[in-house]
Design a protein around this ligand. Structure first.
Ligand SMILES: O=C(O)C(=O)C[C@@H](O)[C@H](O)[C@H](O)COP(=O)(O)O
Ligand SMILES: [Zn+2]
Length: 367
């Protein structure tokens, strides 16, 4: 079992273990500090809403399956909200529908949401939890590598606007994050790659051990390797989130490659997935930073070697002009300046603020 405690404004554990899904009810009960009814020996009057998407629902979300059974055995009154999933449904319409669903089921401030799925499900559920009745608790049960390595931890929740990715949201920490390593068995190579991109990002920012361990592998089918990677990446994230929960300073480092990734996702109408876009974004930033002499030690070759080892498609189909335009809604723009995350060397990145006019030439150096 891996357990990492995150001491953010809301403290919580991130727990990874094989078979842990069958114990969700008990873990949620403990995390929320709930007491059993003395007569039935179970929880009473406590609603939980599983929020999931159409891909994950048949795998883990059904009434006759492990999660639902574990929650009902503990005494939760279980409800479920399923939405289509994908970036196309990560929007305010889904949030509104979910909030109306909770109201129709008479959820109160002491009830709870449980996000069962990848990063999109987690972001949507977290945002709904942050706003329903001005805030209720929520649990993250990530089912993808990307979600356990990155998005389920740290409390960034939200949705896309037409203008761009993650432009509406809230900082709202979960009360617990549970990951069952058996989820890894159902993931395709491409879905695993999305998580690997975020793990590589954490490695470049602060933990060269992640990159060393990735360099020793050629395939992604060893669950122990992936669990170890996840624990190292979560540890990186824990430190940064505890230091700067609301993204005003050092947390922006977790955005390495993301200014371009979000632009690439938007230009592709979300056909290019987040992790794949982050890989492209990191490549562009690393090459441009080396060429401009912004790195202390050249690192683009190392970064490219790692990305190519796992066959990330790294050719970006958009021009510097298209990307710079799409990046004009980046949350790291203040006034006429944008703060970029650039590598100094492997294991250390820094923030560099440039005029937004300089973004297009910067991107050109990296393409
Ligand atoms: O947790 C963070 O902080 C991150 O930047 C992690 C990113 O990998 C993640 O994609 C995040 O959702 C991006 O946040 P945004 O503020 O750039 O929308
Ligand atoms: Zn990301």
């Amino acid at each position: 079992m891996i357990k990492i405690h995150v001491a953010a404004s809301q403290q919580y554990d991130v727990i990874l273990n094989k078979g842990i899904l069958s114990m969700t009810g008990m873990y949620v009960k403990d995390a929320l500090g709930l007491q059993d009814d003395p007569i039935t020996g179970k929880l009473k009057n406590k609603k939980i809403c599983i929020v999931t998407d159409e891909t994950v629902d048949p795998l883990y979300g059904r009434e006759n399956q492990t999660l639902w059974r574990s929650l009902t055995l503990t005494g939760f009154e279980v409800h479920k909200y399923v939405f289509p999933g994908g970036e196309d449904s990560k929007n305010m319409e889904t949030i509104e529908e979910l909030l109306e669903f909770l109201a129709a089921k008479r959820f109160t401030r002491t009830d709870v949401l449980l996000a069962l799925g990848g990063g999109i499900v987690g972001d949507v559920t977290g945002f709904a939890a942050a706003t329903y009745l001005r805030g209720i608790e929520f649990i993250q049960v990530p089912t993808t590598l990307l979600a356990i390595v990155d998005s389920s931890v740290g409390g960034k929740t939200g949705v896309n606007l037409k203008a761009g990715k993650n432009l509406a949201g809230a900082f709202w920490q979960p009360s617990l994050v549970l990951f069952d390593s058996e989820f890894l068995d159902t993931l395709s190579y491409d879905i695993k790659l999305d998580g690997i991109a975020e793990a590589i990002k954490a490695g470049i920012i602060a933990e060269p051990l992640i990159l060393d361990s990735i360099k020793m592998k050629r395939t992604l089918d060893d669950p122990d390797f992936l669990m170890n990677l996840a624990s190292l990446a979560i540890e990186v994230k824990r430190k940064v989130v505890e230091e700067d929960e609301r993204d005003n300073g050092s947390r922006q480092l977790l955005n390495l490659g993301h200014t371009l990734a979000h632009a690439i996702e938007k230009c592709s109408r979300y056909k290019i997935s987040h992790g794949h876009a982050v890989a492209m974004g990191m490549k562009i930033v690393a090459i441009a930073s080396d060429r401009l002499g912004w790195t202390v030690e050249n690192c683009s070759e190392d970064i490219l070697e790692i990305l190519e080892r796992f066959k990330f498609p790294l050719r970006c189909p958009y021009s510097a002009w298209e990307l710079a335009n799409a990046a004009m809604q980046d949350k790291k723009i203040r006034g006429g300046n944008i703060t970029l995350v650039v590598p100094a060397r492997i294991g250390k990145c820094r923030l560099k603020t440039i005029s937004v006019n300089k973004l297009e030439p910067f991107i050109s150096y990296g393409l």
